[in-house]
Design a protein around this ligand. Sequence first.
Ligand code: DP6
Length: 398
Amino acid sequence: MASENPLTIVTCTAPVNIAVIKYWGKRDEELVLPLNSSLSVTLHQDQAKTTTTAAISKDFKEDRWLNGTEVDVGQPRLHVLPWVRRLARKHRSTDDGDTPPLSLSYKVHIASENNFPTAAGLASSAAGYACLAYTLARVYGVEGELSEVARRGSGSACRSLYGGFVEWHMGERADGKDSIAQQVAPESHWPELRILILVVSTEKKLTGSTAGMQTSVETSALLQFRATSVVPARMAEMIQCIRERDFPGFGQLTMKDSNQFHATCLDTFPPISYLNDTSRHIMDLVHRFNAHHGQTKVAYTFDAGPNAVVFTLDDTVAEFVAAVSHCFPPESNGDKFLKGLPVRPVPLSDELKTTLALDPTPGGVRYIIATKAGPGPQILDDPHLHLLGSHGLPKFAA
Ligand code: DP6
């Protein structure tokens, strides 16, 4: 049935981000305000992105999230939607005193997909909610800062609103207006930086971030100490390392902060442990690799799961990938071992093999995704790329 009222339809993409100074713990659950500031690197969207299409029309009867199985738009994390509408209303009334435009009362249809397996353990929620906030803002014509909206979905999502190196200021105000994400440096600032995602497990984590950090806030004295006495100085130091492109400084701080985050998880009661034996093998491998070179050439970080994200520079990627393949000989599990950016194969020196001296664990690392820092959300102009068709229903039904 053809509609007389055409759709307004927008499609955007947003990136995944990996924190090098971790966010763990909220001081306000309702407003999603963090206990401490955090800092992340935005991953390139060629390897990891969410695409979201939002369509509004006078004809739509209700808000619908049309992803395979339809999702309930009333669930708390999808409060991103009323927040975008609220922001749009506010902008209109403060900007020109107009009554809100008619389109604000239109219902929306949304569809979304990732270009990476959710099971890869990447922070898909950060990309997902950043993309949702960004796309809804565009379709309803909202300009301006979207941290407040994106973090309603997932705190870390506000950092996916920008490319390169991004700081989420914890802010001081009780209303959270100053708890916003801000770019520290664009992705072009450090072109040699490379990022390897070592996928260890594709299983869903046992303790989700939201519940895990809640228990940490309630029970971990170390978390309180970290937030007040460690992170503020680390944020300043990390920003300086990034500005100066000081890899050893950046790498050491990244590893220390990851380790402290996992220490607070163990300090939580009952304890939470996200790392497994393979994660610890990877940590050991990184430290031995660095010891062999007499300097920090690679650095690991782990989020709420066993998969490692490794930072290095382009002149070291090939040797480190060879070291990973040596310690975790690829098993043919149907997955290509190296995905993403090409890495030329190099032989490993006997000396390095001896230094690594780890018992090989075949299949411990399932595959590696090679990527680099990338840009923030993008608007896609090509109508072929919309996930919803002209009737506002999915083009590619699952
Ligand atoms: C370990 O942003 O997923 O990845 O705000 O409760 O949705 P909620 O948590 P979320 O937590 C991310 C935790 C982390 C560290 C980080 O990304 O800073």
